[in-house]
Ligand binder design. Structure first.
Ligand code: ASP
Ligand code: CP
Length: 343
């Protein structure tokens, strides 16, 4: 374990959730809690004054890019960003290695999203500064899993429960959904979990992820219907069909209405379940995703997840740049503008 970057066990880059242990995950969540006044606009912080984030997104993103960039700015740093291949010199044939070396010369940390599995690790190899994986194809999305588990922990605690011993239903595109892969691996650090999983044909959970959970002592039950998967679950994690990663034919085969809605939860007698989704939710008429008719249910946690993303991503930067919790200088200032406080 590096002394400068004590939470990312295998070095200063954050490439996979497998870099975490149960102990350093708790310490990481404590850091995410400590920056909550900044996320809630109750305090300002300039601890990253003078630092520059290089934000490189070669795939569409709303919340990951904007929350990473907001997190860096709210800690007092500055941001440079490029989105898509078209506007970077990769469109002129520049390699990942050259791109990474060049941009790391301008930045103190890089956040990278790229459509190919393993590509962010390639960026890390050539970079002179820490690299954070913001999603590498169907591989991993570690910052999403961190905010998912951070949120799940809070939701369960509010209900007098813990992640240890919980029953999690995971439904949707489990094959290409990288958030599911990272989530099941990170949750495997806990004890005695039951996963009930449902996916449409051809979008099944990769065997290696199922075996990872089983090797860590958990139960994984593959179910034939969503009702079966969500029955008795403490929480349901729904995912979008990752159309951009499959053939048009397979995408067309997955246009059969709601993946999860009020009636399905009612039929499973589980209208109280915690409802999670990494988002975006596909709201187009031919999509197969979480219906918005669940939005008034008491367990809806999807926007708690997005809000918590700010805390978690601030904690990632502090960790990657070796800032201890004690060095986080919160100050409260009278401002001429009013912050709208989130709940
Ligand atoms: N936003 C998440 C990701 O980039 C999930 C999704 O797109 O469905 O992996
Ligand atoms: N959850 C997530 O990664 O969202 P974006 O694709 O909008 O960044």
């Amino acid at each position: 374990m590096s002394e400068d970057h004590p939470l990312f066990e295998q070095g200063r880059h954050l490439l996979s959730v497998s870099q975490f242990t149960r102990e350093n995950l708790r310490a990481f969540f404590d850091l995410a809690d400590a920056v909550d006044p900044i996320a809630k606009r109750q305090a300002v912080c300039t601890v990253l004054d003078g630092a520059m984030l290089g934000s490189l997104f070669f795939e569409p993103s709303t919340r990951t890019r904007l929350s990473f960039e907001s997190a860096f700015l709210r800690l007092g740093g500055e941001v440079t960003t490029t989105t898509g291949f078209t506007f970077s010199s990769m469109a002129k044939g520049e390699s990942i290695a050259d791109t990474s070396r060049v941009v790391s010369g301008y930045s103190d940390v890089l956040v990278v999203r790229h459509p190919d599995k393993g590509s962010v690790a390639e960026f890390a190899e050539a970079s002179t500064v820490p690299v954070i994986n913001a999603g590498d194809g169907a591989g991993e999305h570690p910052s999403q899993a961190l905010l998912d588990v951070y949120t799940l922990d809070k939701e369960l605690t509010d209900r007098g429960k813990t992640i240890d011993g919980c029953h999690m239903a995971i439904i949707g595109d489990l094959k290409f959904g990288r958030t599911v892969h990272s989530l099941m691996k990170l949750m495997s650090l806990y004890k005695d979990l039951t996963f009930t999983v449902f996916s449409p044909v051809s979008l099944e959970l990769p065997t290696e992820i199922e075996q990872y959970a089983v090797r860590h002592g958990h139960r994984v039950h593959v179910t034939g219907t969503v009702v079966e998967a969500v029955t008795g679950a403490d929480a349901v994690y729904a995912t979008r069909v990752q159309r951009e990663r499959m053939t048009e034919e397979l995408a067309q085969a997955n246009t059969q209405g709601d993946l999860l809605n009020w009636s399905i939860l009612a039929e499973a007698n589980n209208l109280e379940a915690i409802i999670m989704h990494p988002l975006p939710r596909d709201s187009r008429p031919d999509s197969y995703d979480l219906s918005s008719d669940v939005d008034d249910l008491p367990g809806l946690a999807i926007f708690h997840q997005t809000d918590n993303g700010l805390n978690v991503r601030m904690a990632i930067f502090l960790t990657a740049l070796g800032v201890s919790i004690e060095a986080v200088n919160l100050t409260t200032k009278q401002r001429p503008w009013k912050a709208t406080l989130r709940s």
